[in-house]
Design a protein around this ligand. Structure first.
Ligand code: HEC
Length: 229
């Protein structure tokens, strides 16, 4: 069979295609097909991110104009808008949202992604991404402070001198405060991965995950909402 080209084509072309379709398409589907797809409101009902409250406290007037009060409703609105901005600005051109079970990606970015994490409205369209000009963002929540994100969106090279990420000056109003889109995209980015119960990277009171994780600033999982995925 392996002597003929047809045999190789059969195994490589059809055999491996069928195998990957089975393992990566059908298998996850059979595991999760009866899990409901969460709406943004259901995600928000799991708990309001401390980072969203932080934006309200830091920029009270602007926050009031954009989102009103801190509530599940305004949190859901910010998440949905942040997700739209992420899609519209093509952040996914440079950032993936998928921790693969290879190349020690879990040491670099945190727990390997599983299918259930994508079973919600904020993953439509699925934002796996195709390449990584910048780092994977699926565990970005809590890795950085809101302040850091604000500085970074204003001018990425101000915090990462060698960065090739474009500046997003249109995330800010004329006074330099984050505008509605800016606050929304920061809320969205701070949400990414926050559903993991044992999330090791939060900034705050010291490492809470496995000691093999890189020494990012950490936040205690207790201050995070319960799992969303
Ligand atoms: C041209 C490619 C490119 C685009 C487009 C891009 N980024 Fe980036 N991004 C990068 C690179 C490269 C880095 C790593 C260097 C740095 O920190 O700026 C990065 C870093 C980041 C980080 C910090 C990750 C960390 O914790 O170190 C965040 C958050 C981020 N990007 C979010 C976004 C968002 C949101 C958008 C869309 C509004 C976006 N990026 C668009 C290239 C890009």
């Amino acid at each position: 069979m392996f002597e003929s080209k047809a045999g190789v084509f059969l195994i490589a072309g059809i055999g491996f295609f069928a195998l990957s379709f089975l393992v990566m398409g059908l298998l996850p589907w059979t595991i999760y097909y009866n899990e409901p797809e969460l709406t943004v409101e259901q995600i928000a009902a799991k708990g309001i991110l401390p980072d969203f409250v932080d934006l309200a406290e830091r920029f009270p007037d602007q926050f009031k104009d954009h989102f009103g009060e801190v509530s599940e409703k305004s949190f859901a609105e910010a998440l949905a808008l942040g997700h739209q901005v992420y899609v519209a600005e093509a952040c996914w051109h440079c950032h993936s949202q998928f921790i693969r079970p290879v190349s020690n990606e879990d040491l670099r970015w945190g727990p390997v992604s599983h299918a259930l994490e994508y079973q919600n409205r904020l993953q439509r369209p699925v934002l796996f991404g195709t390449r990584r000009v910048g780092p994977d963002l699926s565990r970005e929540g809590g890795v950085r402070s809101n302040d850091w994100h604000i500085a970074h969106f204003w001018d990425p090279t101000s915090v990462t001198p060698s960065s090739v990420m474009p500046a997003y000056k249109w995330f800010f109003d004329a006074d330099g405060y984050p505008n509605k889109r800016g606050m929304a995209v920061i809320t969205y980015v701070q949400w990414l991965g926050s559903w993991l119960k044992e999330y090791p990277y939060y900034h705050g009171d010291g490492p809470s995950g496995p000691t093999t994780q890189p020494a990012f600033p950490t936040r205690t999982p207790a201050s995070r909402p319960a799992a969303a995925g």
